[in-house]
Design a protein around this ligand. Structure first.
Ligand SMILES: CC(C)(COP(=O)(O)OP(=O)(O)OC[C@H]1O[C@@H](n2cnc3c(N)ncnc32)[C@H](O)[C@@H]1OP(=O)(O)O)[C@@H](O)C(=O)NCCC(=O)NCCS
Length: 189
């Protein structure tokens, strides 16, 4: 057991604990062995997060695209970096368990996905969510769905909720595309 995890006393699942000073939550790339835990996290938070249902086989096949956060030996958060095109990647299946929330875990995972997507050469990172304000706080902007035709072609057109899903599209420019972005306010005098 590593020194970082040796001193951690695991909270029981579902028990809300106060944020510990110096959170013991760690992040790492997922492997296929994590697929059962990732799939269970997604299934458990489908309704709360209005998440896209995921088949176990699909999660297993794409396990290496996921980042997981661990607390001791328990996976308490996950998110996938899914390519939609050569230029656009999507944050999918972002979940943090109730007892690990408000520790910054979700924000840290998004930061990690931003770094990965930038390093992989994507111009934009997007998400489709009922929680747009969470993403706006992390530097994303709300945009019309049609600004992300890759998502419509990849997923939306075969979704029974197409055009009435109630989700917001949010996007964040990456790398050189982000440097080219000029905030509107800075154009005035
Ligand atoms: C949204 C979610 C991932 C946030 O995880 P987290 O690790 O608690 O997030 P962070 O610690 O980085 O940020 C916490 C802050 O985000 C805010 N926040 C949490 N959920 C939010 C939401 N749905 N809308 C807006 N803000 C939200 C919290 O109020 C908190 O604010 P504070 O710092 O002022 O107290 C988590 O609540 C979750 O898994 N929810 C269920 C699934 C879901 O909604 N996924 C996102 C859909 S794509």
């Amino acid at each position: 057991m590593s020194p970082a995890t040796a001193a951690v006393t695991l909270p029981p699942v579902g028990c809300i604990v106060p944020a510990p000073a110096g959170s013991p939550v760690l992040h790492r790339a997922a492997t296929a062995a994590d697929a059962p835990a990732i799939h269970a996290l997604i299934v458990d938070h489908l309704a709360e997060g209005h998440l896209l249902p995921r088949e176990f086989e699909e999660v297993t096949a794409h396990a290496r695209r996921f980042i997981v956060a661990t607390w001791g030996d328990r996976i308490v958060a996950c998110a996938e970096l899914a390519p939609l095109s050569r230029a656009v990647a999507e944050v999918r299946s972002l979940v943090v368990t109730v007892d690990a929330r408000s520790l910054g875990v979700g924000g840290e995972i998004i930061d990690e996905l931003i770094q990965q997507a930038t390093a992989a050469g994507f111009d934009k990172l997007c998400a489709f969510t009922h929680a747009p304000s969470y993403f706006v706080r992390l530097g994303f902007s709300i945009v019309p769905h049609v600004w992300l035709p890759e998502k419509i072609v990849t997923d939306c057109h075969r979704c029974p909720h197409f055009r009435r899903c109630g989700q917001y599209s949010v996007v964040r420019a990456l790398g050189r595309a982000a440097q080219a972005f000029v905030p509107l306010g800075s154009l005035h005098g």
